[in-house]
Write a protein that binds this ligand. Structure first.
Ligand code: ZN
Length: 452
C-alpha cells in the first residue's frame, strides 16, 4: 500500500485529457503537490493510504480553471462604468479613474479581491495584464495561486513607468524577480497594436524571444481598431504585427473579434493562441469572435473574463456557458463549442496558451494538483444525466466547494484558507469611499494610462 498526502473520492472525475471522458466513482491521489493516480474508488482503498481523505459523494472533480485574460486590479472598478460604448467607457470613466488611482496599493488591494473571487469560483491560474505586475505577482504568491503576470508596455506614461525604455527595463526586473518561482510566471504584455509603437513593440518581441516568454496582447478587439490601423498604416493591425515578427506560438492574441478567413489561416499556420472573452465583447459591443471557425482551423482558443470593469465578474463557469451559447449563435450551429470543448478552452487550452500544459490544465498523473470540486448534489442541479454537460449548462460558481493549487487546499467547503475575507472587504470599502468622493473629468487620449 502506498502512502500519499491526499486522497479525494468523488462521484465523477473529468480529467479533460482524454477529451470527453467522465470517470464515475473514482479517486484521485495527490503527493508532493502532484497528481499521482486516478483509479476506481474500490481500488484506491486497497492501493493507497492517505494523510488526508476527502469523500465528495455528490461532486465532480475538474482541472483548475484558467482565466487566460484579466486585469485583476480593475476589480476595484467593478460596476464603476456600465452600459457605455467602448470609447466613452475608456475616455470618460476608466482612464481618468486609473490616472487618479492606479498606484501600488490600488493594485495590491484590487488584485487580492480578484484572487479571492477567482479562487471561490474555481479559478486556479490567471493571466494578468496591468501596471505594477511585481505587486500582482507578490499578492498571488501570498495567496498560493498560480499566475502569469504581464510585463506591461504602453506608449503612454503612467505611475509605473515614464516611457518605453522604462517599461522594458522594469519588465526585465520583474521577470528576474519571479524567475524560477514555482507558481508565478511572467509574459511580455504590450497593451494593444494601437497603443504601442513599432520600435518598442519590436523590442518587446526581441525580449520575449531572449527570455523565452509569451506575449500577451489585445488584438483586433473592435472594428474601429482595424479601421484606424488601416487608415494609419495602410494595412490591418494583424498584418503590422506580422511585419514586426510578433506572429508566433509566443503570442496570446486577446479578443480577435475581427478576423477574416486568410487571417484565421495565418493564425493557425503560426501557432498563435487566441483568447476569447465573450462577456466583455458582448458588454462593450466589441464584436463577435468566430470561435468555431478558429477551432476548426486548428487554432488554440483559450478563455478569459477580461477585467471586472468590463464583465463585471471573474466567473469562469459563467464564461464557459457564455462561450458555448454565443458560439452557437455566431456560427448558427447548435453543435458549435459543445460542453467538453468549452471546458477544454477554460483549462487545457489556457495552459497551452501560457506554455504551462506540462504542468496544469488537465488531471493527468505527473501534473500539478490544480483541482476543483463542484457540488452537483443540490436540488437545482437535479437530476444529473451528464455531469460534463451540467458543468457548462447548469452549474454556477456558487457550486464550487473545494479548490487545490499544487496540492494545497485554498478553498475548503466554500471558505478561503489563505486569504482574510474581512480584511479584503474593509480595504475594498475604503477604496469605494475614496473613489466616490473624487469627481473625475474626462481627459484627452494622449498622456493617459489605458487598459481595457
Ligand atoms: Zn483586456
Amino acid at each position: 500500500m502506498r502512502h500519499v498526502d491526499t486522497l479525494i473520492f468523488a462521484a465523477w472525475i473529468i480529467p479533460v485529457e482524454p477529451e470527453g471522458v467522465v470517470y464515475e466513482q473514482h479517486a484521485l491521489a495527490i503527493n508532493d503537490g502532484k497528481i499521482v493516480a486516478i483509479v476506481p474508488s474500490n481500488e484506491a482503498v486497497a492501493q493507497f493510504s492517505a494523510r488526508i481523505t476527502h469523500r465528495l459523494s455528490t461532486h465532480v472533480l475538474i482541472p483548475g480553471l484558467i482565466n487566460s485574460h484579466t486585469h485583476a486590479a480593475m476589480s476595484l472598478l467593478r460596476g464603476y462604468a456600465d452600459d457605455l460604448a467602448l470609447m466613452d467607457w475608456l475616455h470618460k470613466r476608466i482612464w481618468p479613474a486609473e490616472k487618479a488611482w492606479v498606484r501600488a496599493k490600488f493594485v495590491e488591494d484590487g488584485t487580492r479581491l480578484a484572487i479571492a473571487e477567482m479562487l471561490l469560483g474555481g479559478v486556479t491560474c490567471f493571466n494578468d495584464m496591468y501596471f505594477y505586475p511585481d505587486v500582482a505577482g507578490r499578492v498571488a504568491d501570498e495567496a498560493g495561486m498560480r499566475a502569469s503576470v504581464g510585463l506591461i508596455l504602453i506608449d503612454f506614461p503612467s505611475a509605473w513607468a515614464n516611457d518605453a525604455d522604462a517599461y522594458l527595463a522594469k519588465a526585465e526586473q520583474v521577470h528576474a524577480q519571479f524567475h524560477h518561482h514555482p507558481l508565478i510566471r511572467t509574459a511580455l504584455a504590450p497593451h494593444a497594436p494601437y497603443s504601442v509603437s513599432d520600435q518598442p513593440l519590436e523590442k518587446a518581441v526581441a525580449l520575449a524571444e531572449h527570455l523565452d516568454l509569451r506575449i500577451h496582447m489585445h488584438v483586433h478587439e473592435t472594428a474601429d481598431e482595424i479601421a484606424q490601423g488601416h487608415a494609419r498604416d495602410g494595412y490591418r493591425p494583424l498584418a503590422r504585427l506580422d511585419l514586426l515578427g510578433a506572429l508566433s506560438e509566443r503570442l496570446m492574441a486577446v479578443h480577435m473579434t475581427q478576423v477574416d478567413d486568410d487571417e484565421i489561416a495565418l493564425l493557425a499556420e503560426r501557432g498563435v493562441h487566441v483568447v476569447h472573452c465573450p462577456e466583455s465583447n458582448m458588454k462593450l459591443a466589441s464584436g463577435l469572435c468566430p470561435v468555431h471557425k478558429l477551432l476548426q482551423a486548428g487554432v488554440n482558443v483559450a478563455l478569459g473574463t477580461d477585467g471586472a470593469a468590463s464583465n463585471d465578474d471573474l466567473d469562469m463557469l459563467g464564461e464557459m456557458r457564455s462561450a458555448a451559447l454565443l458560439a452557437k449563435v455566431v456560427s448558427n450551429d447548435a453543435r458549435a463549442v459543445p460542453a467538453h470543448v468549452a471546458l477544454r478552452m477554460a483549462t487545457l487550452n489556457g495552459a497551452k496558451a501560457l506554455g504551462l500544459d506540462d504542468i496544469t490544465g488537465s488531471l493527468r498523473p505527473g501534473k500539478e494538483a490544480d483541482i476543483v470540486a463542484v457540488d452537483m448534489g443540490l436540488l437545482e442541479t437535479q437530476p444529473v444525466y451528464n455531469p460534463l454537460s451540467h458543468l457548462i449548462y447548469v452549474a454556477s460558481r456558487e457550486h464550487v466547494s473545494d479548490v487545490w493549487v499544487s496540492g494545497r487546499q485554498l478553498v475548503k467547503g466554500r471558505a478561503l484558507t489563505s486569504l482574510n475575507v474581512r480584511d479584503i472587504r474593509t480595504k475594498v470599502m475604503e477604496w469605494r469611499q475614496n473613489i466616490l468622493s473624487t469627481p473625475l473629468t474626462s481627459v484627452p487620449d494622449e498622456a493617459q494610462n489605458s487598459d481595457v
